[in-house]
Design a protein around this ligand. Structure first.
Ligand code: UD1
Length: 420
């Protein structure tokens, strides 16, 4: 199994390009199932999760032609199998995103029930209740969600009592082909929802209010083909900014959307970074100074993203002063603290809160990644630490970070992949 070997203690310096957003590309790939003509998607990141979604669509008979410029043409008309099998859903929960589009376009879908995972129970009850409100008949049998509808789905007024990104996406996609108007209340406002909605609009969907808590969708009879470019990955961008801040470095990111990173940039400035932004670039400079610890409370967008929480735990671990982190979106998402403590961090976890006493220097150690963002946290800690850090189970990192060691090497990091 591959591991990442990091010799820490060097400030990151230089410029990198940010890839297309994983969490936007996944629902957009699922959305191609709604169109009755080929859809071309550009700026797809080269990631294991994208490969899994492509494999899932292919397993259903969908034709995909991948070009060398990170683009893919998807033709859903060739679909001949309406099942998302356990083998693929178990490696990627986002496979559930094919449920709404498949049901809305083809009247039936069978999707393996996503189980629990390292960061908590993560139910999909709202996805299912919303589809039922649109007239779908749903039952769960032998670990599979079976959904069907006679004729078209019907527009509905649906209130989500928890803000859910995936739930909003599934229902938004399903509603585009429903008969009549759907109103989604307490919808997620993440930029990836806006990106998905813009892609659906390019396919002919009628959507208003995306990016607000109330999305109104007027169903249409068919969606056509389009060409769409996926937005930049705000979490990848945030991760490199934190890595630069933790190592007291200076970086410039290009091909980013600074306005999607407001909460993260505000916290980095509070930590002592000087930030400059342009239309599609961000610069961070620590002027060689040690960061200051910052308090974080995660919550749905536009508040501080849960997907950046682990990275800030690493930053706070080497920062001056004490700080606390409160995770409100997922249970059990502070597991990286234990590994950081093995590197000399001083973190106490109580329930969904972490109390951090910053230390001057972490020491390299062998550590084990437990999920995607926790592995990014350990890489940042390794870059900031003195000595060698060996991060095990980096298959998690390959799900969400394109060419991470190449990008970090180009910023001057001493990092390489080792096998065994
Ligand atoms: C997406 C992101 C993930 C991010 C998360 C929160 C993708 C592919 N993944 O995950 O990176 O960390 O948003 O920003 O985009 N919930 C329910 N019932 C439901 C659905 C969700 O109770 O039917 C709860 C979950 O258990 C969780 C919270 O809602 O506590 C938020 O989950 P959700 O927004 O759905 O996360 P994902 O879409 O799975």
């Amino acid at each position: 199994m591959d591991k990442l070997l990091i010799r820490g203690g060097r400030p990151l310096h230089g410029e990198i390009r940010i890839s297309g957003a994983k969490n936007s590309a996944l629902p957009i790939l699922a959305a191609t199932l709604l169109a009755d003509e080929p859809v071309t998607i550009r700026n797809l990141p080269h990631l294991d999760d994208i490969t899994t979604m492509v494999a899932l669509l292919r397993s259903m008979g969908v034709e995909l032609v991948v070009d060398e410029k990170l683009g893919v043409e998807v033709n859903a008309n060739t679909i001949n199998e309406f099942t998302a099998p356990y083998e693929l859903v178990k490696v990627m929960r986002a496979s559930i995103l094919v449920l709404g589009p498949m049901l809305a376009h083809f009247g039936r879908a069978r999707v393996s029930f996503p189980g629990g995972c390292a960061i908590g129970a993560r139910p999909v009850d709202l996805h299912l209740r919303g589809l039922e409100a649109m007239g779908a008949k749903i039952d769960v049998d032998e670990g599979y969600i079976n959904a069907e509808v006679k004729g078209r789905l019907k527009g509905a007024h649906f209130f989500m009592d928890t803000v859910t990104v995936g739930g909003t996406e599934n229902l938004l996609m399903a509603a585009t082909l429903a008969e009549g108007r759907t109103v989604l209340e307490n919808a997620a406002r993440e930029p990836e929802i806006v990106d998905l909605a813009n892609c659906l609009i390019a396919m002919g969907a009628k959507i208003q209010g995306h990016g607000t808590a109330t999305i109104v969708i007027d169903g249409v009879e068919r969606l056509h083909g389009c060409e769409y470019t996926v937005m930049p990955d705000r979490i990848e961008a945030g991760t490199y900014l934190v890595a630069a801040a933790a190592t007291r470095g200076q970086v410039r990111l290009k091909d980013v959307s600074p306005q999607t990173l407001d909460a993260v940039l505000a916290k980095l400035e509070e930590a002592g970074a000087t930030i400059r932004t342009g239309d599609d670039w961000i610069e961070l400079d620590m002027a060689g100074q040690r960061p200051r610890g910052v308090n974080i409370r995660t919550a749905p967008y536009p508040a501080f993203p849960t997907d950046m929480q682990a990275q800030f735990t690493a930053l706070n671990a080497v920062a001056a002063g004490s700080s606390h982190i409160i995770e409100t979106v997922f249970e059990n998402r502070l597991i990286q603290a234990q590994e950081l403590n093995r590197m000399g961090a001083r973190i106490t976890v109580e329930g969904n809160s972490a109390f951090i006493e910053g230390v001057e220097q972490l020491r390299g150690a062998p550590v084990i990644a437990s999920d995607l963002r926790a592995s990014a946290c350990l890489v940042i800690a390794g870059l900031a630490a003195q000595g060698e850090t060996l991060v095990d189970r980096i298959y998690h990192i390959d799900r969400g970070y394109e060419c991470i060691e190449e990008k970090l090497q180009s910023l001057g990091a001493d990092i390489r992949r080792v096998s065994g």
